[in-house]
Design a protein around this ligand. Structure first.
Ligand code: ADP
Length: 768
């Protein structure tokens, strides 16, 4: 062919122009690249590949096994090598493009294609690819090391003269699968073997048929081969009982239709009335129960690892000898369930895929959580119910206690009050309000309450409360309340102070009771006692009357005689005035003597109430001695008195104590008169009894008190005298105890009795 010259020149000029532009653009581009590389911290450009690896597949790209192997090879090369390896993949697709002619075309194509980028290693995946390389070894990547990556059923050359070939044969998984299925179906009588009609299928079937001879007559084998897919489905659907199916491969059926073996399985498996087993992992999930497999991922990974070692310079055959495969029993969980095979029957180390998780497996977390929550909730409910019940019981018990308490409080006529010191609040029960004359709704203030107290008691109560708060912790007192209606009520109040954790008072609780009636009774008793005592004194006066009359008569007689003498003196013409003055002085003295006796008698007879004040014991005893002196003389009783001059005064009521002493002296005189003995003596002695009291004793030399009567002499109405009342000693003891003293009787060793009593020393004197 010829071209016009002008056109050629024009084109060359254009080309030069374009080349010039391209050159300048390239220069700029390189400069930019250099700058960018400096900017990027001097990073080196991507490394050139150190090795090229061609992965040559027998079959099409989408054969499931190829997809897995391809991924595993890529992943292993990427992960395991620091070198940058460039991977190429080629697919011979020997099933759909069979024949030597096709192979030759492919050979030519590869030769051209890889002329400039020859691989350093070829991985032949599958028997077809390996055969392709071996047939014309020199033409197909001659001299390049080969890794034969085979699956079950791929043929292996008996002997390899080429030392650059690494071949790790995969164990016979179909045979192992057959063993396994017969173990899982011990009642199986028939094994139907499914295989396609393609050359690959036949080749594999032939290899396997030879292996079957080792199974002998254990079961009957039926070959389902040379059938169209339709026929196969028909046969499978009419399989006799006790049959199991072993599927090898089906790349093509008798009708000439091609498949990937897995597509074929998808097509016929649903028709089978017997369980199907297969020895490729890619069949799992497509209708087989399971099989003994070598996972394709493992096959791909091992091929890549062998390749890496060979590229690193290791000997290919030595590398292959160092490797081997393990078979893995693999199952489809759904098929296991369909054919009622339990996982316990499976060989150890089995992998079960497509396990349809049971509800429990799927949702056990939710179930456990829900159950736990339910349980927790149930426990909470139970706990709450128990608590509620406890609370109700506690409330009921509190109510009952309150009722009992209020019943007891009401029965005892107690009014309860609580004073909160922090809040300065006072709460009181209705009964308390009634006692103090407050309305039920009336607000209670301390001042208002104190105002309601009798003025004489107010200060005392405040003192008592202050003492309790200051440390005593409790109080007990009595006071009078002036009611709004003008009445007066005696209240007895007990209380207790409550402390906080720091020992500070926080509250006072108290119970108050109306004791007006008790008080009245006490008063009545006191009056009665005084009246009885008065009667006692009158009675004693009766006893003394003769003697006292005599004592009064004496001065009166003396006065009369002195008056007569004075008259006589005054009848004289010159009366001796000095003598008359002396007589008048005697008259006055006698008059005073008689007056004193009458005063003492009147005192004893008149006074009734107890009036305590400091008393000189000597004077007290002296008064009594004066009263009984005449009687004693008349009765020939010697009256001795011994009172030390330095005795401190006692506190008491003069008249009442005189009555006691008088009674004792009169009893003593009765007792000594009863003996008729010579020594008739009654003695009054006083002495200090410790630091707080004075003891006064009246002893006699009389009959004494019979031992069995000693305990009864203080009983009211106990008397051994014909005209006795038996009230003297009980009254005397009441009087002494009212003074805070003790009173007792004892017999003297030398005969006679002694009555002793104590009286408190007047505090005014003790303080001195
Ligand atoms: P009364 O003198 O009216 O009998 P009292 O109460 O004074 O009543 O005395 C009661 C009794 O105690 C007397 O009857 C007497 O038996 C006995 N008694 C009192 N004092 C003496 C005494 N000094 N010696 C012996 N017995 C006494």
């Amino acid at each position: 062919m010829r071209f016009p010259l002008g056109k050629v020149r024009e084109d060359r000029a254009n080309q030069e122009r374009w080349l010039g532009r391209l050159f300048s653009l390239t220069t700029v581009g390189l400069l930019i690249l250099a700058w960018a590389s400096v900017k990027a911290g001097g990073q080196a450009p991507a490394p050139m590949p150190s090795h090229r690896v061609l992965v040559l597949y027998s079959d099409e790209r989408l054969l499931p096994a190829n997809v897995i192997v391809d991924e595993a090879i890529h992943a292993t090369f990427t992960a395991d090598t620091g070198d940058h390896i460039e991977l190429y993949s080629e697919f011979l697709d020997v099933v759909r493009f069979p024949g030597e002619e096709q192979r030759q075309r492919q050979r030519d194509f590869f030769r051209e294609k890889y002329r400039d980028r020859p691989p350093d290693l070829v991985i032949a995946v599958g028997g077809g690819a390996f055969a392709f390389l071996m047939e014309r070894r020199a033409e197909s990547f001659g001299g390049v090391p080969i890794v034969y990556c085979s699956a079950a059923g791929d043929p292996h050359p008996e002997h390899l003269s080429d030392t650059r070939i690494a071949d790790v044969p995969v164990p016979d998984t179909a045979g192992r699968t057959l063993e396994m299925m017969l173990r899982l179906h011990p009642d199986a009588r028939h094994v139907a073997i499914v295989s396609g009609t393609g050359p690959r299928d036949r080749q594999y079937a032939d290899v396997f048929r030879e292996e079957l001879t080792t199974f002998g007559n254990r079961v009957a084998f039926t070959w389902l081969t040379d059938l169209s897919m339709e026929e196969l489905r028909g046969q499978l659907s009419h399989l006799p009982d006790h049959t199991v199916v072993l599927y090898l491969t089906m790349f093509q059926d008798a009708a000439g239709e091609t498949f990937t073996p897995r597509q074929a399985l998808d097509a016929f498996a649903p028709a089978s009335r017997a369980p199907i087993y297969g020895h490729y992992e890619t069949y799992v999930g497509h209708g087989i129960v399971g099989g003994s497999t070598v996972p394709f991922e493992e096959i791909g990974r091992k091929a890549a690892q062998l390749g890496i070692r060979i590229l690193a310079g290791e000997d290919a055959q030595a590398v292959a000898r160092s490797e081997s495969y393990q078979t893995v029993p693999m199952f489809d969980g759904r098929q296991l369930r369909r054919w009622k095979i339990s996982e316990q029957q499976l060989p150890p180390g089995s992998i079960v895929r497509f396990k349809e998780a049971t509800y429990w497996e799927q949702y056990h977390r939710i179930i456990i959580t829900s159950l736990s929550l339910c349980l927790l909730e149930a426990l909470l409910i139970v706990a709450l119910l128990a608590q509620l019940r406890r609370r109700r019981l506690a409330e009921a018990s509190v109510r009952e206690n309150e009722q009992r308490m209020s019943l007891a409080v009401d029965a005892a006529n107690f009014g309860i009050w609580i004073r909160d010191l922090a809040r300065n609040e006072i709460w009181a029960s209705d009964k308390w309000r009634e006692l103090f004359g407050f309305a039920p709704s009336e607000r209670l203030e301390l001042d208002a309450i104190l105002q309601r107290l009798h003025p004489d008691d107010r200060e005392a109560l405040q003192g008592v409360l202050a003492k309790a708060l200051a440390g005593e912790g409790r109080y007990e007192t009595e006071f009078r309340v002036m009611l709004p209606n003008g009445g007066i009520r005696w209240i007895s109040s007990h209380g207790r102070v409550e402390l906080d954790a720091n020992g500070q008072p926080v509250r006072i609780r108290g119970a108050s009771r109306d004791v007006t009636a008790d008080k009245q009774a006490e008063l009545d008793t006191q009056i009665l006692r005084q009246q009885v005592a008065h009667v006692g004194r009158i009675s004693m006066m009766g006893q003394l009357a003769t003697a006292l009359a005599h004592e009064i008569n004496q001065p009166l007689g003396a006065i009369l005689r002195n008056a007569e003498a004075a008259e006589l003196f005054m009848q004289e013409t010159s009366p001796d005035l000095d003598e008359i003055r002396a007589i008048v002085a005697d008259i006055r003295q006698d008059d005073q003597r008689a007056g004193a006796v009458i005063d003492r008698m009147r005192g004893l007879l008149k006074r009734q109430t107890l009036d305590s004040r400091p008393l000189d014991v000597g004077e007290l005893v002296g008064d009594v001695r004066a009263l009984v002196r005449a009687d004693a003389a008349a009765r020939h009783v010697k009256l001795d008195v011994y009172v030390p001059g330095d005795l401190p005064p006692v506190r008491g009521d003069r008249v009442h104590l005189q009555q006691v002493l008088l009674n004792l002296v009169l009893n003593g005189m009765d007792a000594v008169n009863g003996t008729g003995g010579e020594e008739q003596r009654v003695s009054i002695t006083a002495l200090l009894d410790g630091a707080q009291a004075v003891e006064i004793a009246v002893s006699d030399t009389g009959t004494g008190i019979p031992a069995d009567k000693l305990a009864h002499v203080f009983d009211p109405f106990f008397t051994t005298k014909p005209n006795g009342m038996g009230m003297g000693l009980p009254i005397s003891r009441t009087i002494i105890e009212a003074h805070g003293g003790r009173f007792w009787a004892e017999n003297n060793n030398s005969g006679g009795a002694t009555f002793r009593f104590t009286l408190p020393i007047a505090q005014e004197a003790a303080a001195k």
